[in-house]
Ligand binder design. Sequence first.
Ligand SMILES: [Fe+2]
Ligand SMILES: [Fe+2]
Length: 414
Amino acid sequence: MRPERIRALCSPDEPLEHAVSRVSKAMATEPLLDVQLAELLLGRGSDAALDQVTSLRILEILDRVSTGARLVCAIGQLLGDAHPLIRSKAAMVIGRRTENFDWLDAQLMSAEPRVRANMIEALWENRAPECLKVFMQYRDDVDSRVAGNALYGVYLCGEADAIPSVVRMAGDPDPKFRATAAWLMGKIGQPEFADVLRRMVKDESRGVKGSALKSLVRLNRVRGPGQGPGRSTAGGTAQTERKSIVPDNYFVTWQTEYSVNIDAIDLQHQAFVSLIRQLQEAMLEGRGRVFLETLMDRLVQYTNGHFPFEENMLREHGYEGLAEHIEQHQALSNQVIEFQQRIHDGEAVSNASVLLFLRNWLTDHIMQHDQKYAKALKIAKQVGKPAAPALPPPDPESIPAAEPAPESAPEQPV
Ligand SMILES: [Fe+2]
Ligand SMILES: [Fe+2]
């Protein structure tokens, strides 16, 4: 098949399922089409180089349509690709179908930790008996993700000491390993882990706490309310179960010290705090990644409504720091758009990085810079200028709904 035709078949503009179906059908008459796709990926058979998105799309398609191990060595060359997403995806494709474990051993020894971790994760689905040897070899790796994936592989192979090893890892001095142990406990899903995880929720490391919380939620979901060990009570709901294991100060909620004493602005800031809370809820329920796209749309909406509203109010009052404040709004808007673009492009954006960005926005911009104008406007009011903006409220459609402030809100970990 001609390279242009192959490119059209694999176009990332089409939904993945359509592309997979079309390539599968084409392979019925052209059984070497997957080899041609691999050649194209490696920059052969065509003068035009592939961009990263198209390369990833072809790898996805090959993962779904190519059976057997004939492409493993060809795709192995992509383990040295300049783009980390291509290296990671290539590692997954290889791990799922490798039969040459000597070759795989050599790759595992030379690859970077992230790629090694993916390759080992892909072996979870590989039924070859050699996989256990690989898992055993890497279960004590210096990288926590590699070691965690290998230990989970050991567990899948039915090795008796996998569970005690996970519990031992939970006491590791390195928080990265403790966080991995907490993740493993949720993944394995044994109710007996609940007590260890409850202790880990009080860990000094935020990463360990978060991982332990997620796993506790997962254990409760697997166990169902009112079953097995734990704090559950008969007749409890998934919601009460989840809340029972989350410390009171886990969620970011509205605090009186966030107030700028201008009702219209406070309402909008409450809507922003509500977005942080929604992300935390989504993360706890294991749907954080899916929620990120919706969150970014809501944040764009929020910045389009709130920032001009606030700037108009400051302009109205002749606020001296207006130009600087507008610059800060612009920087925040740019970061939101950048996140939105990266998520749209399929980049791996972590929930934690978005949560950190939003918390910084709250503590740095709202708590400091918005408070600064609040003080200036208060002073202006005292000397006789109007304190409230003579402006219409923003379009309610453009501001996401705020959650009611709790009666007594605990201090937040922001
Ligand atoms: Fe603001
Ligand atoms: Fe502001």
